[in-house]
Design a binder for this molecule. Sequence first.
Ligand code: ZN
Length: 88
Amino acid sequence: MTEHHRWEPYIPARTRLRVIEASCCEAFILAYEEGDFFVWRHAAAGRFEQTARGPYRLAFLAWMALITTHPKHNREVTPEHLATAPQA
Ligand SMILES: [Zn+2]
């Protein structure tokens, strides 16, 4: 399976990041910023990471790969979700 989600440091653009879809516990956010789509995540205290910026199709592939391996992605918050959720 092709790796669609290499994480790199998130460098904020001047425009506001727009959330398209968030995973159940907000571990992964499908986002849009300045004409590019990518998956965004909270990596560690105050640090954020993103997948490569690009067209929706590529960001969506990364999103699907992450979401399908995410434990029990559904509307319910379980202990597994909390274990993988970003730490505030
Ligand atoms: Zn979750």
